[in-house]
Design a protein around this ligand. Structure first.
Ligand SMILES: Cc1cc2nc3c(=O)[nH]c(=O)nc-3n(C[C@H](O)[C@H](O)[C@H](O)COP(=O)(O)O)c2cc1C
Length: 186
């Protein structure tokens, strides 16, 4: 019997090309609610979810990211260039997850929020990709300005981003499961 949650988990793969089709406000609200439903250690919710659908701002964040790595890390700069310097892959919406810099479990909480978004997107017939790369935008020359424009709360830093939209073309197959990653005891 099919199980919609397992179907979404097993069919998800990272999408790195999105069409220009925007998401509706209802879709964005549903994705955001899926993120807010994520469990966090002691339910502290040490994150701020920032949904950006301003295309010009997304492109500015992309440029700042590319410029940071071009100056700081030739290896990452090379990988970015191989992807056409498309950090957000033309996604109509980028969900930024800013996290409190204080707290032992905040990065785990952030990852779970990101995964909720990714699975929700698949379940809604959308594509997504979790992004760590945009951290460059918050490390470079424009860090403070971009932190303010994204309204990061005081004491918060970039955690992850999830780009969501309609896939341009057929998404790639999900990565193969690696049985060596499982230890079964008993
Ligand atoms: C924490 C994290 C950060 C990631 N950062 C990026 C990124 O900056 N750019 C990108 O294209 N993909 C990024 N990815 C996507 C991974 O490359 C991708 O999940 C992995 O290759 C497995 O492929 P799959 O998602 O299709 O299963 C990230 C994934 C995770 C979980």
């Amino acid at each position: 019997m099919s199980n919609p949650v397992l179907d979404a988990i097993f069919s998800r793969s990272s999408v790195r090309a999105f069409t220009d089709q925007p998401l509706t406000n209802e879709q964005i609200a549903q994705l955001a609610n899926a993120a807010l439903a994520a469990p966090t250690a002691m339910n502290r919710q040490p994150y701020q979810l920032i949904a950006v659908k301003d295309k010009a701002l997304i492109l500015e964040l992309e440029k700042a990211t590319v410029e940071y790595f071009a100056a700081q890390n030739p290896e990452i700069a090379q990988r970015n260039a191989s992807r056409g310097n498309k950090v957000f892959y033309n996604a109509p919406v980028a969900f930024f997850i800013a996290i409190d810099t204080e707290g032992a479990y905040n990065k785990f909480d952030c990852g779970i929020v990101a995964q909720n978004l990714a699975i929700a997107a698949t379940g809604m017939g959308l594509g997504s990709v979790i992004l760590g790369m945009p951290r460059g935008a918050f490390l470079g020359d424009r860090a403070e300005e971009l932190r303010m424009r994204l309204e990061f709360p005081e004491g918060y830093e970039f955690g992850l981003c999830v780009a969501v939209g309609y896939p341009d073309g057929q998404p790639k197959d999900p990565h193969p499961l690696n049985p060596a990653k499982l230890t079964l005891i008993g």
